[in-house]
Design a protein around this ligand. Structure first.
Ligand code: KG4
Ligand code: ZN
Length: 356
């Protein structure tokens, strides 16, 4: 009997926002080590990520994070088959640091290098954790993006709908800032919403109801900037209330979150009616990106998946926000297809999934 081929071992590096992260993942879907250095505390006092500070933070953390990822797995760079790093999209200072570090390591060690699109890292992580097959319907919601995608294969994405203004994560973060709840806003609003009344305040459901079935993608776009405006208006109109009272904040968060979830449900239902989805017949409904941590969004999508008879795949919470394991996995998927760097790559602050 022929000996089984050893799995491919990948070192993945992420540095596109405020997490410096490195992980060793193999093609048998094992995460051998995973180190995440989060700069969240450094940015909290500014109410959001400060790009300059983030870039400095990555410089200081990079070497230690990579060294620990190798040590925790009991490996050296010689054991690694391929190095993968985020080459965009993201805050360009941070991307450059992680990417150039990876280029240096690849050159010094002679190992192949994969330039990973950060969004593809988020998109493919359910294949690492849930072994999800292609094609699948993906709601990708993070701090920078909100899109509904048909994922046909590695590097093969079709945008079914996307936000026309802010991303869902940005909206959560801005609304939390208005309430003085700190950064990042998503987790705290999610937690506060659990104890509040979702019918207390009237938030709009932007774009819901806009369906023109004749047009591909109609009814699948998002708009979140109106929710921010409503949040400001509601806070202004309730100035007479003790604004920081737990009851006010919980009810406000529950009402805001209900609006976000309703919009997402409406858009996903329209996506299911889209001719491209009907033709592709996805087998799974997948959620990814930082906002995929949201308890109400996860529950709504699980319900939809059951209703439409689709497998439901959501990564574990630790792999929803930015991390090196998802970059390592996307590196393995691209490496297996021979998509390695053959000439110098310029990292990109903007890099849509449709341009892989
Ligand atoms: O994917 P990610 O780590 O970074 C980007 O690539 O943008 O996403 C970060 C975003 C932040 O906006 C954060 O508020 C949001 O994910 N987030 C959440 C939750 N946890 C994190 N949003 C809603 N509910 C949550 N539980
Ligand atoms: Zn991300």
């Amino acid at each position: 009997m022929a000996a089984r081929k050893a799995p491919v071992l990948c070192l993945g590096i992420e540095s596109s926002c405020d997490e410096t992260s490195a992980a060793l993942v193999d093609s048998d879907r094992n995460i051998l080590s995973h180190v995440i250095y989060s700069q969240v505390p450094d940015h909290q006092k500014f109410g959001g990520v400060v790009p300059e500070l983030a870039a400095r933070g990555h410089i200081l953390a990079f070497e230690e994070v990579v060294r620990r990822a190798l040590e925790d797995a009991g490996k050296t760079i010689d054991d690694v088959d391929v190095i993968a790093a985020t080459a965009g999209p993201g805050l360009i200072g941070g991307v450059l640091i992680g990417w150039l570090g990876a280029v240096g390591m690849a050159q010094a060690s002679g190992k192949p290098l994969v330039a990973v699109n950060h969004l593809e890292g988020h998109a493919l992580v359910p294949r690492l954790t849930n072994n999800t097959g292609f094609p699948f319907l993906l709601l990708l919601a993070s701090g920078g993006h909100t899109q509904i995608l048909l994922v046909r294969g590695v590097g093969d994405y079709e945008i079914i709908g996307q936000t026309l203004d802010d991303s869902a994560g940005e909206c959560y973060d801005k609304v939390a800032k208005m309430l003085g709840l700190g950064y990042p806003g998503g987790p705290v609003i999610d937690a506060r919403a659990a104890g509040g009344d979702p019918t207390k305040f009237k938030f709009p459901r932007p774009l819901c109801g806009s369906v023109t079935p004749a047009k591909a993608g109609a009814g699948c776009d998002f708009s979140f900037s109106g929710l921010k405006t409503s949040a400001r208006t509601i806070i202004g109109a309730n100035n007479h209330l003790p604004l920081r009272s737990d009851e006010f904040i919980n009810d406000f968060c529950a009402s805001f979150q209900a609006a976000v979830v309703d919009c997402m449900e409406n858009r996903m239902r329209n996506a299911m009616k889209d001719g491209r989805i009907a033709k592709a017949k996805p087998t799974a409904l997948v959620v990814a990106g930082g906002v995929a941590k949201n308890s109400a969004i996860r529950a709504m999508l699980e319900r939809l998946a059951t209703e439409y008879d689709l497998q439901y795949a959501a990564p574990p919470l630790s792999l929803c926000t930015d991390n090196g394991a998802m970059i390592a996995w996307a590196g393995i998927e691209n490496f297996r297809l021979g998509r390695i760097v053959k000439e110098p790559v310029a990292p990109r602050p903007r890099w849509p999934l449709t341009e892989l």
